[in-house]
Design a protein around this ligand. Structure first.
Ligand code: MTE
Length: 310
């Protein structure tokens, strides 16, 4: 099940997004986006399917309740500090390793690689909360087509910016993680059509606290797999050691697929709190297998023991 918000209200909003976005995104990007948005299903659905509308989390919540540990561990520090300190221009992303066409891409070059899409995805954090976010970007597989991984590339490693002059936690004496923040996917997960390279949300450029200028979005995995502010994408043969696995291998696994049946060592993953649901009696929601994207991704894990490969 893929929830895409396709209500009339959303379409009216989308027109506004496009208008708002034109203020900040390049002309060609906007034209591309507008064209995509016109194709009723093409821009907003995955595999041509649309299902029940789910209320979008507010722009305010998405941009002020964040995890971006390089800027501190409280939910409010990324939006307080990242806009002040994170310099995203100039920026480049190096794509290297087991590929036929490695390269260093500027943000403008990267934006031109794939067809721009808006994807409304649930994001489920391993901590037990969730949001519904309208991302703007393109499937990572468009970049993969361009760089052409060789047959021996079995995994993709994602490395994000670690600059102590911009990021207070990177210069800390006892940092929470061993920087830079590293994530990884198996090559088939990376090329799954749901996996996005995002550079916007709500029709605007990503704000620094959400991982500007480019981040990964992997909607069927816990949010920490969606690495922010990417600087390097590396195609490799062996499973990389990711930041959270290195920090605590008993609690965090490489796969980290959203799974209500596999509890975290310290809490259940059966339910979640939707950010923005207000009121004392607003119930927790049931967490869905693969965050609700089972139809699109379950085939990649056939025969795997998901308790073991958590
Ligand atoms: N990427 C980097 N570089 N540093 C981080 O601390 N936190 C992760 C992920 N990507 C993180 C990161 C976690 S735990 C989550 S839940 C999501 O980003 C949060 O994304 P959001 O703040 O845009 O909602």
């Amino acid at each position: 099940m893929v929830d895409q918000v396709t209500s009339e209200k959303h379409y009216r909003h989308r027109r506004k997004f496009i208008k708002a976005a034109s203020a900040v995104l390049s002309v060609s990007t906007i034209q591309q986006f507008a064209k995509a948005a016109e194709k009723k299903n093409g821009a907003s659905t995955v595999n041509g399917k649309r299902t029940n509308a789910e209320k979008l989390t507010s722009f305010q919540d998405i941009t002020t309740y964040n995890n971006y540990y390089e800027f501190g561990t409280s939910k409010s520090s990324p939006s307080r500090l990242a806009p002040k300190f994170l310099v995203t221009e100039p920026w480049s992303v190096t794509v290297e390793g087991l590929v036929r066409n490695p390269g260093v891409f500027s943000v403008d070059d990267l934006k031109k690689i794939g067809r721009l899409v808006e994807r409304v995805y649930r994001m489920r954090c391993v901590e037990g909360w969730s949001m519904v976010i309208p991302w703007l970007g393109f499937p990572l597989n468009a970049l993969m087509k361009k760089v052409e991984p060789t047959g021996s590339a079995k995994f993709v490693e994602f490395i994000t910016l670690a600059d102590s002059s911009m990021m207070p936690e990177v210069g800390a004496i006892n940092p929470v993680l061993d920087w830079p923040y590293r994530e990884g996917l198996r090559i088939d997960e990376a090329s799954n059509p749901l996996t996005l390279l995002a550079f916007g949300l709500y029709g605007k450029e990503l704000l620094p606290q959400n991982g500007a200028p480019f981040r990964l979005v992997v909607p069927w995995k816990y949010g920490f797999k969606s690495a922010k502010s990417l600087v390097k994408i590396r195609f490799i043969e062996n499973m990389p050691i990711t930041s959270w696995v290195k920090a605590n291998p008993k609690e965090y696994g490489f796969y980290s697929n959203v799974n209500p049946n596999v509890p975290h060592r310290r809490w259940s993953q059966a339910t979640e709190r939707r950010i923005g649901d207000v009121g004392l009696f607003s119930p927790k929601r049931k967490t869905l297998m693969f965050n609700g994207y089972e139809e699109e991704v379950a085939h990649m894990y056939t025969g795997m023991n998901l308790k073991h490969f958590f």
